[in-house]
Design a protein around this ligand. Structure first.
Ligand code: RUB
Length: 322
């Protein structure tokens, strides 16, 4: 079997940071992956075009195998690889750098645009509830503040990793009054909330939203309380493989995130489960807000076809792997 091409440190370091969640959240993961491919291209010592391409495919595989749920990661890798053009190493290097840079610039632009769309749904004085830490959600809140609206937030802590703390700190820095709550208090606090805002790691063709574990229960509670449930998701969160009947894999993480070692020992022979994401069916979602406008979840499939066609290939597969 042929050995894997040499990878630049930036690729292995980025892959390790994504796997350990030092880099986390679907947008940040996609951005870091594109930057790592650019670093690989810059530093490549390949002497022929095929070796250069093989290196980049290997870098993609390493990055791809870090976390399975956020579809922004394969969408980023596909975007950069599809931008490769040229018959020489130099031309390929240049096109990789341009493609990675274009992807990252689009990501920023898309988030700004999405933020303005999401902000239009919010009214002055609204109380919003958040789950996890989503930069797409924060873009909506920031844009609403820029529009001169005043908002306050009820922030779910989001066990087991407490990403809610990141959201609380960011909102505090924006001078948004924050009440941090334990996840179990969500239903009670929804009585005082005008809007639930969550992000997405993937959106399926039927409009189902895959996001941090606890999102689906929150959506059921919001429906029960009559609170609108909005998903902020750039179009790189749309999963084209779901057009072809695939489902989104749900990452199962280590039990050590749920219980510490001593507690675990005391619990003895019980199973500890730690799924990182769940699936919220479209019937519990009021709107999916993207940079291309807001959509009822059931019509997101049209946007997905328009943007991705039937493009679900993995162009990073090793040569000869089929
Ligand atoms: C993060 C998470 C976020 C989405 C969207 O999970 O579920 O809601 O990734 O984030 P984790 P963004 O912390 O396990 O990565 O809007 O920033 O892309």
């Amino acid at each position: 079997m042929a050995s894997e091409p040499a990878l630049h440190d930036a690729v292995s370091e980025t892959a390790a940071a994504i796997a350990s969640m030092e880099i986390r959240g679907a947008s940040a993961i996609a951005d870091a992956a594109a930057a790592a491919l650019a670093a690989q291209a810059s530093a490549s010592e390949a002497t022929d075009p095929e070796s250069f391409r093989a290196e980049l495919r290997a870098a993609c595989r390493t990055l791809h195998d870090t976390r399975p749920t956020a579809v922004s990661l394969p969408n980023a890798l596909r975007y950069v690889l599809q931008g490769l053009e040229g018959d020489t190493v130099e031309a390929l290097r240049r096109s990789t750098l341009e493609s990675a840079e274009a992807f990252r610039a689009n990501l920023d632009r898309a988030q700004d645009r999405l933020g303005r769309v999401g902000a239009n749904r919010l009214r002055d004085g609204d109380v919003v509830m958040t789950h996890c830490h989503s930069t797409d959600v924060l873009a909506c809140i920031e844009a609403a503040l820029d529009q001169g609206k005043s908002l306050s937030a009820v922030v779910k802590e989001t066990r087991p990793r407490n990403q809610g703390h990141l959201t609380a700190r960011r909102l505090r820095d924006l001078d948004v009054p924050v009440t941090l709550i334990v996840d179990n208090a969500a239903h009670r606090f929804l009585a005082e909330v005008d809007h639930v805002l969550v992000g997405a790691d993937a959106v399926a063709a039927d409009g189902s939203v895959i996001n941090k574990i606890g999102t689906s229960g929150l959506a059921v509670s919001a429906r029960d309380r009559g609170v609108p449930f909005m998903v902020a998701a750039q179009t790189i969160k749309l999963d084209p493989a779901t057009l072809e009947g695939h489902t989104v894999p749900i990452e199962l993480r280590d039990e050590s995130e749920v219980v510490d070692e001593a507690t675990r020992a005391g619990l003895g022979g019980v199973e500890v489960a730690n799924p990182a994401f769940d699936v919220t069916p479209p019937r519990h979602v009021d709107a999916i807000v993207t940079e291309a406008g807001q959509f009822p979840p059931e019509s997101v499939v049209t946007l997905m076809r328009e943007l991705f066609g039937r493009e679900v290939e993995a162009p990073w597969a090793a040569e000869g792997s089929g």
